[in-house]
Design a protein around this ligand. Sequence first.
Ligand code: ZN
Length: 397
Amino acid sequence: MPDGSAGTTSLVNIGTLVTNDPSVGAGALGMITDAAVVVEHGRVAWVGPSRACGPADEQVDLEGRAVLPGFVDSHAHMVFAGDRSAEFAARMSGEPYSAGGIRSTVDRTRAATDDELRTTLTRLANEMRMSGITTFETKSGYGLTERDEARSLRLALSETTETTFLGAHVVPAEFASDPDGYVALVSGAMLDICAPFARWIDVFCDRGAFDADQARHILLAGADHGLVPRVHANQLQPGDGIRVAVEVGAASADHCTYATDSDIELLAGSTTVATLLPGAEFSTRSPYPDARRMLDAGVTVALATDCNPGSSFTTSMPFCIAVAVRDMRMTPDEAVWSATAGGAAALRRDDIGRVTVGSRADLVSLDAPSHVHLAYRPGVDLVDRVWLSTTTPKVDA
Ligand SMILES: [Zn+2]
């Protein structure tokens, strides 16, 4: 795929194309069979039936493969050091998950060099791209000092513009007896230093982390600095996270595992996306969020990996799609929409998560005739090629 200098490229003989634009194709996914896409200057210039596709400077024959928008992962934690596989093994032997495990990663992250953190981040970012993720968000939250949070965000910016200040991940050990002092730091001096490196601000509003008043205070302080709120909400138990997220106009309430009827009603009447993270329930052997109930109520649902060393160490969106279909009662179409257009909505982006004229040419082809195979063939690496609008050449997955 050219980066803009090499004229036009047409992708022809696409078995099934997911556009996420119902005005150009069938159903909510806007599907076109025997389709073609023309790319120019890193953007989609034309979409339609293969037989109607005009000449281009370069032509790629997809030989009946499915093509869909690159996955948009709107929730990940990729700047960290250390390995928590022993904790995972212990949990699978019956120990419960708690927010406290985050502190072990904090210790390792603070002690790591920039190069060590960068090496892990780059490895995970490459894994994501190989699994078809073409845009991802990533958070700080394992530094929890002014220096280490700013460092995490600065490093994250080398891989993505979607960076989130999560100083309010947990209260660090040195503030255990003064949590309000930590809230003052996160919403004061730490925020001042971190805001220039972030687009978003996030708070873990749950048992063992921050309560509703603390979360609201931190999120609004972030908004004063131009950061848009998102919230880790209702992962571990029913609580105030979703309500706070809607109240402050958050782009997204994430996890929503323990959402009540009134939480779902609030989400449905808001612009806040419910971002579901099945990797976390899978890896903590917890009940899954009820996506069906949210979708039926009219909530906008995104799927994301939650890639992090403690509770969801996966970079695979196809895995999340398969689990969402099998265990969260999403249809394959809904899951694919949520992993593409839903993620874009959670990041308030309209240039990604779709294949429409003018959108970024971030595309994935599958070694399969349709996107349904992502759930139908769980655990199989079906990603054939990944096109990123800003890079050349394509990534061979
Ligand atoms: Zn998270």
